[in-house]
Ligand binder design. Structure first.
Ligand code: NAD
Length: 260
């Protein structure tokens, strides 16, 4: 379905971003990976997912808190594949503390990486998408773009912000072949969440399994983690012709979290 298209997925060396990159590669899209840590493993996984369509995989290590590096990454993507057709703004970090104890530099980093980076990638990718008459911007927000949780001020502010950015981008492109939508996952068992499981295990003297149950039980009625594979298929839907007129939604995949 996506053969000949190019997808740039920020923060795709791990977790949800990697799951989305693999799902888009399975549909034939060439992929530009981004993120920290090991690159060879994720690159091999995405190449394997796209092997039936001979997808090509490139990588740029831009730090998403640095606008100049983001600009360089978009130029690199254009030099490799012509342009970015599908932009997935996924890179994100978390820090947990009450407002009065929240380190100012953590606040700045979360707003920069989880929110401002999506403004920069979007403003740089939109001209090419509009000129081509087709494009998809998918912002990985969170249930925390829809509701709050204590101890997560910067994250909740950034995620509510990206849901707002999604709506405005969708309105400004509403008469074009470019769409913009947000995905709002509940708990997904990635390194970002395992840290929170570990903190619960330490705080309550629990096993890893019991700490997971405690975490899920507080918020997620299904008592199940959403998976990167499931989120990848939602991203594929947003890229499909059936979603041509899906614009500005914040689609939760959260085991009932926000239905409460
Ligand atoms: P993760 O820690 O597994 O992956 C985060 C990715 O972002 C990694 O590839 C990492 O290298 C990259 N990254 C971090 N800082 C970066 C930076 N400055 N520049 C470039 N890349 C950077 O986390 P995840 O759980 O897969 O999270 C992905 C997105 O999904 C985040 O935006 C997160 O807020 C969101 N999300 C996660 C959950 C969850 O339960 N895990 C729920 C809702 C939303």
């Amino acid at each position: 379905m996506l053969k000949g298209k190019t997808a740039l997925v920020t923060g795709s060396t791990s977790g949800i971003g990697l799951g989305i990159a693999m799902a888009l590669a399975r549909q034939g899209a060439n992929i530009v990976l981004n993120g920290f840590g090991d690159v060879d493993g994720p690159r091999a996984q995405v190449l394997a997912a796209g092997s039936a369509s001979d997808v090509r995989v490139a990588y740029h290590g831009a730090d998403m808190s640095k606008p100049a590096e983001i600009e360089d990454m978009l130029k690199y993507a254009a030099s490799q594949f012509g342009r970015v057709d599908i932009l997935v703004n996924n890179a994100g970090i978390q820090h947990v503390a009450s407002v009065q104890d929240f380190p100012a530099e953590k606040w700045d980093a979360i707003i920069a990486i989880n929110l401002t980076s999506a403004f920069h990638t979007s403003r740089l990718a939109l001209p090419g998408m509009l000129a081509a008459g087709w494009g998809r911007i998918i912002n990985v927000a969170s249930v925390h773009g829809l509701v709050g949780s204590a101890q997560k001020s910067a994250y909740v502010a950034a995620k509510h912000g990206i849901v707002g950015l999604t709506k405005v981008t969708a309105l400004e492109t509403a008469t074009t072949g470019v769409t913009c939508n947000a995905i709002c996952p509940g708990w997904v068992l990635t390194p970002l969440v395992q840290k929170q499981v570990d903190a619960k295990a330490a705080e309550h003297g629990l096993s890893n399994e019991d700490a997971k149950k405690l975490l899920l039980g507080e918020k997620e009625p299904s008592m199940q983690f959403t998976t990167p594979e499931e989120l990848g298929e939602l991203a594929v839907f947003f890229c499909s012709p059936a979603a041509n007129n899906v614009r500005g939604v914040a689609w939760n995949m959260d085991g009932g979290w926000t239905a409460q």
